[in-house]
Design a protein around this ligand. Structure first.
Ligand code: ASP
Length: 345
């Protein structure tokens, strides 16, 4: 239910949606000219552009911090927030924001497009206009329908920290493999309320933006060498590694060097999180002998988290906490709807 008083803060970071014909990011004023429909939404839209607009391949943690602070500083003035962002790293930004903004009670909708806004068949219009409507969608009590950090793309609304960019070409570019949709935009916007997280109404927004980037991803494959593995663990200042394992969390065990490298790293207080290379399903350490040993040496399960979510969760937890024990405990906790903890482990 919407009234004319709805207001949205539109944060423009760049991406294809706002690129010119020669694929250079345009200023938001040019984007606005190509989308006169923004006026017709009946929503009071205020925009802010990050300068310069960027291809999202250049996103770094400082942009996440700036977006989070913009939202914090304008939180009471708007019903919701839309972040225009390149698709390439949108799932990382959405995940990071979900960890930075605790007790969120307003929608933050990230969107972008596969085709530039000026192109004939562009998906930018649909995505942006629907994102604005979703950002100010309220129930009969005037409360936000989706008080979460979300990604809206190709008529589907996803929990941001469950998304992955799955297609470099299709209009349906994102997918949430392990969590159902929050809403679908057809003739009407249909909300799936039982999938949406609602905050504790008495809790206030708490913004934490410190990050620590000293992490690495180690994706294993048959034939991986000890040199390659130990090079990752020898990274200067390394604090944590996301181990991308096979299937339900399995790793080679016949070559004892592999587990020894991991054990040595854990002894040096490097956190290792086990994330499956599969898009769907969960890590289940102990289901096979090939993963039981990981559990025994202190590797932590990422359950059904996306790589984007576990990487940004680690950055945020390590940035905010000096106590390793606390980080370990929070890694095992679902803090922003990012994972489903299974009982089988
Ligand atoms: N390279 C672009 C970006 O992520 C792709 C896009 O926006 O779809 O900024």
């Amino acid at each position: 239910m919407m009234t004319n008083k709805n207001s949205v803060l539109l944060l423009y970071t760049g991406g294809t949606i706002g690129m010119s014909e020669n694929l250079c990011p345009m200023a938001f004023e040019q984007v606005q000219k190509l989308l006169p429909e923004l006026e017709q939404t009946g929503v009071n839209i205020t925009n802010f552009s990050f300068d310069p607009p960027i291809d999202s391949s250049d996103v770094d943690t400082d942009l996440w911090e700036k977006i989070a602070r913009m939202i914090e500083n304008n939180y009471d003035k708007f019903d919701g927030f839309v972040v225009l962002h390149g698709t390439d790293t949108m799932a990382y930004t959405a995940s990071a924001l979900s960890f930075m903004l605790e007790n969120l009670a307003k929608p933050i909708i990230l969107t972008g497009s596969q085709l530039r806004i000026g192109e004939l068949r562009t998906d930018a219009k649909e995505n942006l206009l629907n994102a604005i409507m979703l950002a100010c969608g309220k129930n009969e009590f005037g409360e936000a329908m989706v008080p979460e950090v979300c990604v809206y793309f190709g008529d589907e609304l996803y929990r941001g920290n469950r998304t992955t960019k799955k297609n470099a070409e299709h209009f349906s570019a994102f997918r949430s493999y392990n969590y159902p949709l929050l809403a679908k935009a057809g003739v009407h916007i249909k909300y799936f309320t039982s999938n949406i997280r609602y905050p504790d109404k008495s809790a206030k927004l708490c913004v934490r933006t410190k990050t620590d980037k000293n992490i690495a991803i180690l994706k294993i494959f048959p034939g991986i060498t000890q040199n390659a593995v130990s090079a990752v663990f020898s990274t200067t200042n390394l604090k944590a590694v996301v181990l991308e394992s096979f299937g339900s969390g399995n790793v080679p065990q016949e070559n004892t060097w592999f587990l020894n490298e991991l054990k040595k790293a854990i002894d040096k207080k490097i956190i290792i999180v086990n994330k499956t290379q599969c898009n769907s399903g969960s890590v289940e350490m102990g289901r096979y002998p090939a993963s039981q040993k990981l559990k025994d040496i202190g590797v932590i399960s990422a359950y059904d988290c996306t790589t984007e979510a576990i990487v940004t969760k680690l950055m945020c937890l390590l940035g905010e906490n000096k106590d390793l024990e606390k980080v370990n405990n929070l890694l095992k906790t679902d803090i922003a709807g990012e994972m489903t903890i299974s009982d089988s482990e």
